[in-house]
Design a protein around this ligand. Structure first.
Ligand SMILES: Nc1ncnc2c1ncn2[C@@H]1O[C@H](COP(=O)(O)OP(=O)(O)OP(=O)(O)O)[C@@H](O)[C@H]1O
Length: 817
C-alpha cells in the first residue's frame, strides 16, 4: 500500500481520538453515574473505540517511512495503549471480573470480533532486533559449550536374561514374518488358480458388461462428487481450494510491507545524519550570534531594572528557567514584583501551607457532603499527554503540504526548529553562567553588594541525599560483568530459551453469547480468545513498552490457573516471544538443590533479579506455583523444599518499580493445595483459564490437523468431532492429533481421507477434565479477593446500583422519591 494509505489511517485515528477526547474531557465535568450498567457500558464503549484507534496507529507506525511522523505516531500509540490498559483496569474494578463481554457493543458499533483483538505492536521486536540477535548468539554459544563439556557417554547395562529375551523376541518375530510371507504366497496362488477356473466360464460380452458397470459407476460417482463440491463452493458453504493458498496479491502485499520496513531504516539513518549536521550548523553559524543577542538583551534588562527600581535585579535561578524568565514578555517592574512576591511566599511558606491544607480539608469535607452519589471515572495518567500529542498533530501534521515529499523523507526545517530550541536552552545556560558573574561584578562595582552563595549549599544538600539512597542497595556481584552472570544463569538452567510460539498461535474463538448469558444471570465461561486478550493486556503491552509500563496500572505478578493442558506454559513462552523478554525459571522443582543454604538462596535471587532488570524486559516463570505456598508439604516432596522462595521472593518483589519491566508469572493446575491467602497476596492478578468451548475446539481441531500435515476434507465432520471432544483440553487434542497423523497415515490421505471416527478411540483412552474438577476451580476462584467482591456485588445487586461507598445515601434518596 502507498504512503497516503498510512497517512489516511493516521488521520482517521486522530479524528476518532479527538472525538473521544471531547467526550472524555468535556468542558463541564461529567456528573457521577448512578446506574452501574450505564456506567460500565460507557467504559466498555470507550475501551472498544480506543482499541480501534490502537489498531490503526499500530499499522500506521509499522508502515510509515517518514522518521519524524513515526516519532509522533509512536508517542500517541504508547499513550493510547496506556489508556486502553487504564480503561481495562477500571472495568475490572467496576465489574469485579477480569473478563468482560462486549458482543452487544461490537454489534452496535458494527464491528467484528477480530476488531477487538489487541494487536501486538511489531516494534516491540523489530526495534530490539540487534539486542535479541546478540542474545540468541550468546545462548547458542553457551549451550554448545555445555553440550561439549557435559554429555557423558550413555551406558546401558543389560542383564543376561534380558539379553536372551531381546534375542528371542527378535528371532521369533523374524520366523513369524517369514511364515506369514509363505502363507500369503500360498493364498495368492490358490486365489489365482480359482480365478483362472472361473474366467473360463465367462463370455467376452459378460466380461465387458462387468467392466463397464464398474467403470461407469466409478465415473459417475466421481462426477457427482465434483458437481456437489462445485455447488457448495457456489453457495459459499465450502472454500474454493484455490483460495486456501495465499493469493499473489497477498504475497505482493507482504513483500511490499517488508520493503517498506527496510526503507524505514534507510530514512532513519538519513534522519540521524541530518540531525548531526543541523546541530553542527546551528552551533557554528547561529550559535555565536544567539549568544551575543542574549547577552545584549540581558544587559539591557539589568540597566532597565536599575532605572526603574533603583537597584540591580537578582538573577533568576537556574531551576526557575534562568534568563528565559526575563524574556517572558514582562516589564521590569512586573518581574521585580514577581520576584519579591515569591520571596515573601517562601518566607511565609510554612504557616501558609498549613492554612491552605486546612482550607483544603474543609473544602473536601464540604465537597464530600455535597458530592453526588454515583460512579466516576478514575483519574488518568494519559489523557493530558494524549491531548497534547493530538494538538501537535493538528498544528504541525494535519494540514502539512507534502506534495513535494514523494519519498517521505524527513523535513529539514522541522529538525531545525526543534534543535534550535534545544541549542538555545544549551547556550542560555552558558550565557546565564557568564551573566550571573557579570551581574555580581556590576553590583560589586556600582552598589557595593556581595553576591550570595546559597545555590552551592542547596546543591550540596541534594547530592548527599542521593548518596545515601545509593548506599542502601548492596550489590553482591558488583565485580562481575553482566555476560558472566548471564552465562551462570543459563548453565544453572535458571535462564531458558523461550519456545518459538506467538500469542496468535494460542488458538481460540470469540465468545458470542457473553452478554446474553449475563443478562439472564448466568455467569458465562470466558473463551480462549478472551484469555488471549487478557494476557496481551496485562503482560505483553507493559513488557513491550517502557512508556506503558511506567504509567499504566502496574501488574507485577500474574497467576494463570487452569486444568492441565490449557496452554498455561504456552502463554508464558508466547509472552517472552512477543516482547523479546528473557525467561527465568524459578519453578520450585527447577530451583531445588541449586544454590543451597540461606546465602545461596539470596545469591540466586540477586542474580536472577539483577540480570532480569539489566536485560529487561524479563519474565520470571514459577511453574506449579501452588508448591511455593503449600498448606502442608507432601512427604515425598519434603526433600525438594518447595517453599524455599516463599519468604524472600515477596520481599524482592517490593523492590520492583514501574521502570523495571519485570513480570512474575505463576502457573498452576492445582491451586487448592496452596494457602489461599498468601497465594492471593503474592499474585495481584489471577487469571482463570477454562477448558476450550465448542467454538474454540472447532478451530483447534481444524488448525491442529492442518499443522500436523493433515487435510480437512468434507469427509471429516469437524462439528461432530468438536462436539464429542467436550471436556478435553488443548493438550489432549495435540496428543490425539499427533498419535493419528503418523507419516504412514499422511501418505494414505489420497486414498483414505481422514474421518472423525478415527479420533474416537484415542480420545476415549484419555481422561477429560471432569465437571467436578472444573467446578472445584470455579469455586476456588470465587474465594479469591476479586471473586469474593463479585459475589458480594451480585448478591446485593438490587440495592447496589450506586457505588458501594455511597450506596446507602443513594438508597435513601431513592426511597424519598
Ligand atoms: N490455544 C491453544 N492453541 C494451540 N495450541 C495450544 C493451545 N493451548 C495449548 N496448546 C498446546 O497444548 C499443549 C499443552 O499446553 P501447555 O503445556 O502449555 O499446557 P499447561 O496448561 O501448561 O499444562 P500443565 O498444567 O500440564 O503444565 C502444548 O503443546 C500447547 O502448544
Amino acid at each position: 500500500m502507498s504512503h497516503s494509505t498510512y497517512n489516511k489511517l493516521w488521520s482517521e485515528a486522530h479524528y476518532e481520538l479527538s472525538c473521544l477526547l471531547d467526550e472524555e474531557l468535556p468542558e463541564e465535568p461529567l456528573r457521577p453515574e448512578r446506574d452501574r450498567v450505564v456506567f460500565f457500558q460507557r467504559l466498555a464503549t470507550f475501551y472498544v473505540r480506543y482499541v480501534q484507534i490502537f489498531r490503526k496507529l499500530e499499522e500506521a507506525y509499522d508502515q510509515s517511512v517518514h522518521p519524524q511522523k513515526r516519532r509522533v505516531i509512536r508517542q500517541v500509540l504508547d499513550g493510547v495503549m496506556g489508556r486502553v490498559l487504564e480503561l481495562k483496569n477500571e472495568m475490572v474494578e467496576k465489574e469485579f471480573s477480569e473478563y468482560h463481554y462486549m458482543d452487544d457493543i461490537i454489534q452496535d458499533l458494527k464491528l467484528t470480533p477480530e476488531d477487538l483483538e489487541i494487536p501486538i505492536p511489531k516494534y516491540f521486536i523489530r526495534e530490539r532486533n540487534k539486542v535479541l540477535q546478540d542474545r540468541e548468539r550468546m545462548f547458542a554459544a553457551i549451550l554448545n559449550q555445555m553440550d561439549v563439556t557435559e554429555k557423558p557417554p550413555v551406558m546401558r547395562m543389560l542383564t543376561l536374561e534380558r539379553a536372551i529375551k531381546v534375542i528371542q523376541v527378535a528371532e521369533r518375530a523374524r520366523q513369524g514374518r517369514l511364515r506369514a510371507k509363505f502363507m500369503r504366497e500360498i493364498h495368492k496362488d490358490s486365489e489365482r488358480q480359482r480365478k483362472a477356473e472361473e474366467q473360463e466360464e465367462v463370455s467376452t460380452d459378460q466380461a465387458a458388461v462387468c467392466i463397464q458397470k464398474v467403470w461407469r459407476g466409478f465415473m459417475q460417482r466421481k462426477i457427482t462428487k465434483r458437481l456437489r463440491e462445485e455447488e457448495m463452493i457456489f453457495l459459499g458453504m465450502a472454500m474454493d481450494p484455490k483460495l486456501s493458498y495465499p493469493s499473489q496479491t497477498k504475497l505482493d502485499t507482504i513483500n511490499n510491507e517488508a520493503n517498506r520496513r527496510i526503507r524505514q531504516d534507510e530514512h532513519e539513518d538519513d534522519y540521524q545524519k541530518s540531525i548531526g549536521s543541523v546541530i553542527y550548523q546551528l552551533k557554528e553559524v547561529e550559535g555565536p550570534e544567539m549568544k551575543e543577542t542574549m547577552k545584549d538583551q540581558i544587559r539591557q534588562w539589568f540597566i532597565e531594572c536599575r532605572d526603574a527600581t533603583g537597584s540591580f535585579p537578582d538573577y533568576p535561578e537556574e531551576e526557575d528557567g534562568g534568563s528565559s524568565l526575563i524574556f517572558a514578555e514582562k516589564t521590569p517592574e512586573e518581574l521585580a514584583e514577581e520576584l519579591a512576591a515569591k520571596e515573601e511566599e517562601d518566607a511565609n511558606k510554612k504557616p501558609k501551607g498549613k492554612e491552605e491544607t486546612k482550607e483544603k480539608k474543609k473544602k473536601e469535607k464540604v465537597d464530600d457532603e455535597e458530592e453526588e452519589p454515583g460512579l466516576k471515572m478514575l483519574p488518568s495518567a494519559y489523557l493530558a499527554d494524549l491531548e497534547r500529542e493530538h494538538k501537535t498533530f493538528s498544528d504541525i501534521w494535519k494540514n502539512r503540504n507534502e506534495s513535494k515529499n514523494f519519498s517521505q523523507r524527513h523535513d529539514l526545517e522541522l529538525i531545525k526548529e526543534e534543535k534550535r530550541k534545544e541549542i538555545e536552552v544549551e547556550i542560555r545556560k552558558q550565557v546565564d553562567e557568564l551573566m550571573r558573574q557579570e551581574l555580581a561584578n556590576w553590583k560589586l562595582a556600582v552598589d557595593k553588594e556581595k553576591s550570595g552563595k546559597v545555590k552551592g549549599a542547596a546543591k550540596k544538600k541534594k547530592a548527599s541525599k542521593s548518596g545515601k539512597r545509593k548506599k542502601k542497595d548492596k550489590d553482591l556481584t558488583a565485580d562481575r560483568t553482566i555476560v558472566s552472570l548471564f552465562e551462570e544463569l543459563v548453565e544453572q538452567e535458571l535462564l531458558k530459551k523461550a519456545d518459538n510460539v506467538k500469542l496468535k498461535d494460542y488458538l481460540g474463538d470469540y465468545s458470542y453469547l457473553g452478554t446474553t448469558l449475563r443478562q439472564s444471570d448466568i455467569e458465562p465461561m470466558p473463551s480462549l480468545s478472551d484469555v488471549r486478550q487478557v494476557v496481551a493486556l496485562y503482560a505483553v503491552l507493559p513488557l513491550g513498552s517502557q512508556a506503558v509500563h511506567e504509567k499504566a496500572p502496574l501488574v507485577k505478578t500474574m497467576l494463570l490457573v487452569g486444568p492441565s493442558g490449557v496452554g498455561k506454559k504456552m502463554l508464558v513462552h508466547a509472552i517472552c516471544q512477543e516482547t523479546g523478554a528473557n525467561l527465568f525459571d524459578l519453578s520450585p522443582l527447577n530451583v531445588a538443590g541449586k544454590y543451597p543454604g540461606k546465602s545461596g538462596l539470596q545469591m540466586m535471587l540477586h542474580l536472577v533479579f539483577k540480570v532480569a532488570r539489566l536485560m529487561q524486559p524479563s519474565v520470571i516463570w514459577i511453574g506449579e506455583a501452588e508448591k511455593m505456598f503449600y498448606k502442608k508439604v507432601p512427604k515425598d516432596e519434603k526433600e525438594l523444599d518447595p517453599k524455599r522462595l516463599k519468604k524472600d521472593l515477596p520481599k524482592i518483589l517490593k523492590s520492583i518499580k514501574g521502570e523495571d519491566c519485570v513480570l512474575i508469572v505463576g502457573t498452576t493446575s492445582d491451586p487448592h493445595s496452596a494457602d489461599l491467602k498468601s497465594l492471593c497476596k503474592f499474585y495481584n492478578k489471577i487469571i482463570l483459564i477454562p477448558r476450550p468451548d465448542y467454538a474454540s475446539r472447532y478451530v483447534m481441531w481444524k488448525e491442529l490437523i492442518k499443522k500436523n500435515g493433515g487435510e480437512v476434507t468434507s469427509d471429516l465432520d469437524l462439528s461432530s468431532l468438536a462436539k464429542i471432544s467436550d471436556g478435553y483440553t488443548q493438550g489432549h487434542m495435540v496428543q490425539v492429533v499427533r498419535s493419528i497423523l503418523t507419516d504412514r497415515r499422511i501418505q494414505q490421505f489420497p486414498k483414505r481421507p481422514l474421518t472423525a471416527s478415527e479420533f474416537v478411540s484415542p480420545l476415549a483412552r484419555t481422561d477429560p477434565v471432569f465437571q467436578e474438577e472444573e467446578e472445584a476451580l470455579k469455586n476456588w476462584y470465587a474465594k479469591t479477593p476479586l471473586g469474593k467482591k463479585r459475589i458480594k456485588a451480585a448478591s446485593g445487586k438490587e440495592g447496589d446500583e450506586e457505588s458501594p461507598k455511597t450506596g446507602g445515601k443513594g438508597g435513601k434518596k431513592k426511597g424519598k422519591k
